[in-house]
Design a protein around this ligand. Sequence first.
Ligand SMILES: [Zn+2]
Ligand SMILES: [Zn+2]
Length: 295
Amino acid sequence: MTHYFGAHTVDAGGIHMAARRASSAGMRALQIFTAIPKYYNDKVSIKAERVTRFRETLASTSISPEHVVVHAAYVLNTATPDEAKWVRARDGLTRELARSTALGVGAVCFHPGAATDDDRDGAAERIASTIIHALKEVSGDTRLLVENTAGAGRTMGRTPEEVGAILAHIPQRLRSRTGYGLDTCHLFASGFDLTESAVATARILDAFEEATGEAPGFFHLNDSEGALGSNKDRHRLLGEGLIGTEAFRWILADKRARNIPLILETPQLNYEIADDDDSADPYDLQMMALLRSLL
Ligand SMILES: [Zn+2]
Ligand SMILES: [Zn+2]
């Protein structure tokens, strides 16, 4: 099996418990936060004992570290023209890469932020400068991946051209340590119709591949509450939104969905799970059964 399904599971009790819950759901990939995502966390490091506990737990599951994605904080606007805010976003992302590298995970994904001054070329350069800074400060194998966005307001990263423009500024020697990933809900919300046909969906992926020179480093598998082009970032369970299940069948059949993390960011039924309860979320079990049926 070359499909590595995972989810952003609840981390009550710690990130090692998030790994155990994903493993209980039969998953072989995982997404976590290393710190509270509504803060910059630009001075937050990770304790050695937390790293050890996570690494040891992961080793007891069928999730390999390369298939773990860390989602960076939402507040980091690496595109902002405001110098002070940009420095904090840059330092926040650099710290995130340091924490994630310590954990030994495959990738960090981040939302590139918004071009609040409408200078989209300048914004692409600022996002790239952030990536370059983080990669120079933190050595290691953990990749730093741009996530496509739902396109609300002046957010960057909604089109293949924008993702390509960001990555084009990365010097060649650092280029393999960065890349991008695609969220299906964000694609749909930003106007890419995944529901038309397998061919049309493959063409959307082709456009990203052509603009960046590479295939995506991960997928976020989410259905969309918002309509096509609505720019609304609201995730639904697969099959319960406006994308529907067929699009996911087509994506899974595409060779670009193989050997990379395929992460559900769909709702959990049990957000209030006890710290020591490592059982799978019922919705995750439902999603895993659905995904397997689409292969
Ligand atoms: Zn995201
Ligand atoms: Zn989203």
